[in-house]
Design a protein around this ligand. Sequence first.
Ligand SMILES: Nc1ncnc2c1ncn2[C@@H]1O[C@H](COP(=O)(O)OP(=O)(O)OP(=O)(O)O)[C@@H](O)[C@H]1O
Length: 476
Amino acid sequence: MWQLRGASRSTRKREWQEPSLHGSFPPPACLEGQMPTPIYSIDEDEKLTPSLEIILPRDLADGFVNNKRESYRFKFQRIFDQDAKQETIFENIAKPVAERVAESPPQLGVLAGYNGTIFAYGQTGSGKTFTITGGAERYSDRGIIPRTLSYIFEQLQKDSSKMYTTHISYLEIYNECGYDLLDPRHEASSLEDLPKVTVLEDPDQNIHLKNLSLHQATTEEEALNLLFLGDTNRMIAETPMNQASTRSHCIFTIHLSSKEPGSATVRHAKLHLVDLAGSERVAKTGVGGQLLTEAKYINLSLHYLEQVIIALSEKHRAHVPYRNSMMTSVLRDSLGGNCMTTMVATLSLEKRNIDESISTCRFAQRVALIKNEAVLNEEIDPKLMIIRLQKEIQELKDELAVVTGEQRTEALTEAELLQSVFPGNREVPQLTDDAQDKEGLYKLWRQLLPPALLISSLKATRSTDDFFNTHTSVAI
Ligand SMILES: Nc1ncnc2c1ncn2[C@@H]1O[C@H](COP(=O)(O)OP(=O)(O)OP(=O)(O)O)[C@@H](O)[C@H]1O
């Protein structure tokens, strides 16, 4: 299959490695009937940002007066032709996102505590699943997910200076409903009977996914087994464009936590590896029934994704419509947030797919305009903070007992606790009436404490706090 994979990346505060060009481009495919054949060429002179030129000769059948554009040029960070090896794709696309240490210029990878996302976008049958998951026939065909898992576990083994924990989640969004691909009930139950994954948003606009399970993986093998389990549960169907077309968006997430022994600071990073469902011109493929319903949902959610990308790429746009679809809600951080995001655009070079290929390239150009800001995700280990706060409470109780001569038995007030968290001259705010309820207290403390401290403080004082009980789902 003629195929091209282009990669564009959105960044801020980062300099990118000089992009390189991989492989040479094939000569134009043979003429089909009388229709003009598009010519794809890569500009090799533009070393810094290789560009792809698509020349679409005018079709005489459209008449002599024809103002249709003949040439399209798109710039990408990297361009790979259909002969590019999966190994090359991994080295150039996924490894920089996973990497711990960066050479020059610095790379801020998932292993170093930064969030990352790689998503494949393109029309149906253009090679997204092949790129993200890989082909089933040969070992060398394995794609970004298995190679990234292998690389991450290899790096973890090499680094004895930290303690690492790895968890996996695998989400499927099918017809705008979320499903846990690692739910063991998948095999025995029909899709309608499975619990749906729902999106929750906390006051800080962090997204949490209810009913999505997290599975610890201590070895590469365990992680791969989870990938295979999830893949067997994916919605796949034969369509006119692809014998095994993925009918859903799938997000495979590697959650990585690291901590130095004895330190209370924990780093959390997430790597989303996303295989989007492919856009499909239903008028062209002529699908009906279930396939048509699926195609409508797929096209609609890709339309919402486009709306988000357009809003993000326009400066001074106040509102970004993330909430329009589940996929954009879940990928909120990856699109214009705290994340290093790489998009892989997959194209089919067949003549009949030229319009879709041009629109995929246009979409990729817009994505490249988005500025993300990846920050180090560090927080204080809540368990250690609870222990520290409990110790402080006890010390304060003992001090009070010395001053008053009485052994204090009742719990400390919130104000006293705040004082224990902010010792010294820092002014302790008075708790107002609205702060007496949990939400008020939460807001007040939110202004004062970093998030991790806040969680541990609240948990330390209010063991049955409803707020946190309802937010124990997966933070995505
Ligand atoms: N680079 C490649 N080398 C060899 N075969 C490929 C390559 N890319 C795709 N294919 C093959 O082309 C077919 C379609 O690819 P794939 O299923 O990855 O497309 P897709 O974009 O994920 O489609 P859909 O959106 O319908 O799920 C598959 O049989 C796949 O193995």
